[in-house]
Design a binder for this molecule. Sequence first.
Ligand SMILES: [Zn+2]
Length: 146
Amino acid sequence: MKHNCDNHHIKMIKESYWNIHCKECDKYLKHASYAELDAWDKMTEEERKIVTYGQLYNICYQQIVVYDKNDPIAYVKSFSEDTVWLDIPYDEKDEAKKLKAGLHWEPNLKVWHTNINYKNVMKLNKWFFPADRERVAHYHNIKETV
Ligand SMILES: [Zn+2]
């Protein structure tokens, strides 16, 4: 089973390439992309000690604008196109979390979201917003047939 290290602390190790390792699982995660190395370079020593892979990913690939309650749409649009917003009633959040499909809570919007790349994302199907149903299903159908 693939371990999900998104919430684990990381370190950069120079091997043949610069690679990202999980400090908690003590294992290789991936080659560092240019964007990831650049973000790492800009961090202080203290920030590097506490950053998780999920946070590094967000810094690199999501230019999140500062939340302004007068303009929530701009904030939503600043998330990656890979984001899938979820309409999960409070009473069903534990059920959703058990599916291990990368759920994250967005505190400003008070909405759950995940990423279209998660293997288990279709298990969250019943909580997709109508506009996303076809987009996410299509993405995963194509992946399976390649
Ligand atoms: Zn880990």
